[in-house]
Design a protein around this ligand. Structure first.
Ligand SMILES: Cc1ncc(C[n+]2csc(CCOP(=O)(O)OP(=O)(O)O)c2C)c(N)n1
Length: 273
């Protein structure tokens, strides 16, 4: 009998395969980031977020912001898989005239905020969470950040604000794959001790393996409501996860797979149980 995780794992696998095809066809960048966040997106959209094509504009829908907007291909893939628009439209990714632009666009059904200029998602998310609190609406706001993005000071201003206003329905997730665009996080601007920093800003912190669906799901479900604290999941991830020759490799931040590299990546993912 399929377990709870089997469905979200299969969804993550499809997100990876869509992202690979889209980025190969467009000869675009950021496949490493898409593979890094595929599991987080799958669990969020399969098991957690209370939003669907039917509730796209509902006042009480949960809000999700991909603050690291360069992972747009993976976001579009999960939205298409969940029925927000046709899967066939993914073929138009990053083409002239397509609404599926290379960085996340709010013209795409299900995308709450256009992102790509790093460092803005958490501030907008904090505003949404404050509005929910003031208007007594039940929605949750989830913001997916990257580790390199935390170099932007605006995140820490938003973190300070959210802690001060006790935004308990705000959830940040840090995709902590330890690699930026031109080097490792440790080399470029070390974030450690990262959990202590968030705690000092009065956030409730949980560390997880960002590829283990049971861990992602239970961390999301254990987020205390009415705790008077915003929550952050520090998700330890692997850039390029799922395609062995891309894992931990800086080059796949910008490089696009060739036909042969695409074939071998898809074969590896298709062989997953
Ligand atoms: C404000 C801003 N400055 C610079 C960039 C260019 N840029 C694109 S991705 C990136 C950082 C890559 O690090 P990270 O987001 O941690 O990588 P990933 O999560 O994809 O592994 C940068 C600096 C940007 N998108 N926005």
């Amino acid at each position: 009998m399929p377990g709870e995780s089997d469905h979200s794992v299969a969804l993550a696998n499809r997100i990876r395969m869509h992202s690979l095809r889209m980025i190969h066809t467009a000869q675009a960048s950021h496949i490493g980031t898409c593979l890094s966040i595929a599991d987080l997106l799958a669990v969020l959209y399969h098991d957690f977020l209370r939003v669907s094509p039917a509730t796209l504009n509902a006042e009480d829908r949960d809000r999700f912001i991909l603050s690291k907007g360069h992972g747009a291909a993976a976001l579009y893939a999960v939205l298409a898989e969940r029925g927000f628009f046709p899967i066939a439209e993914l073929d138009s990714y990053n083409r002239d005239g397509s609404r599926l632009t290379g960085h996340a666009s709010h013209h795409v059904p299900g995308v709450e905020l256009s992102t790509g200029s790093l460092g803005h998602g958490l501030s907008v998310g904090a505003g949404l969470a404050l509005a929910a609190k003031r208007l007594n609406l039940p929605y949750r706001t989830v913001v997916l950040l990257s580790d390199g993005e935390l170099d932007e000071g605006s995140n820490w201003e938003a973190a300070l604000f959210a802690g001060h206003h006790q935004l308990d329905r705000l959830v940040a997730i840090v995709d902590y794959n330890k690699i930026q665009s031109y080097g490792s996080v440790r080399e470029v601007l070390d974030l450690e001790p990262l959990t202590d920093k968030w705690r000092a800003f009065r956030w409730y912190v949980t560390e997880i393996d960002g590829h283990q669906h049971d861990q992602i799901r239970s961390a999301l479900n254990r987020i205390p409501s009415d705790s008077s604290q915003p929550s952050v999941l520090i998700a330890h991830t692997v850039k390029g996860k799922g395609v062995s020759y891309m894992e931990h490799q800086l080059a796949w931040h910008y490089k696009s797979p060739s036909q042969e590299q695409l074939r071998s990546a898809l074969a590896e993912l298709e062989a997953q149980p």
